[in-house]
Design a protein around this ligand. Sequence first.
Ligand code: ZN
Length: 204
Amino acid sequence: MTAVRSITCHHTAGPATGDAPSLAVVRDGRGDLPGPLAHLVLARSGTVHVVAAGVCFHTGRTWERWQSNQNAVGIEAEATGHDVWPAAQYAAYARLCRALADHYGVPFARVLGHREVAKPVGRKVDPNFDMAAFRAAVASSEDDMPTADEIAAAVLGRRIRNFHGDTVTLEQIVVATEQRIADAQNQLQAITDALHDRLVDDNA
Ligand SMILES: [Zn+2]
């Protein structure tokens, strides 16, 4: 993908039972179209499965380039297309889109249904809910996805036992490792200098 500039919502039109029965098809593709067919699969329970990174084949022809596979994160929600959506799944769909939009800086107006981006009009019908209402739900959703900085801070702040049995943070280990590398480089330089001096003395 060149950049993430939109988010496309789909439904699988898959089996009527099971939490995510279409997961393998989305990952591996089907006879006429190789996988992956979307980046994410949203199960009926609200669980999100990460399927793939990079280009996925989920949009087909679109009106705008920023709606195409090169620029759109694709989400396949497990649904038949005619049954009522479980409340947990719908809420998770909105929160997922909110987290993605915030993370990639995508405006909520670019959280679009497949049927809105598919060219020509009427080529696709998914997802089968009101997209304006869904975008309003996205806008009012909580975003509890941590930022990259928050993840780094949490990881670096975690305390573990080091080689000597002391309890330290990962940040302390990184700093100590860098210090040891610098010490080793200095010692190596001192040895190199001493050898050089001896060679010069021997030749004198
Ligand atoms: Zn679709």
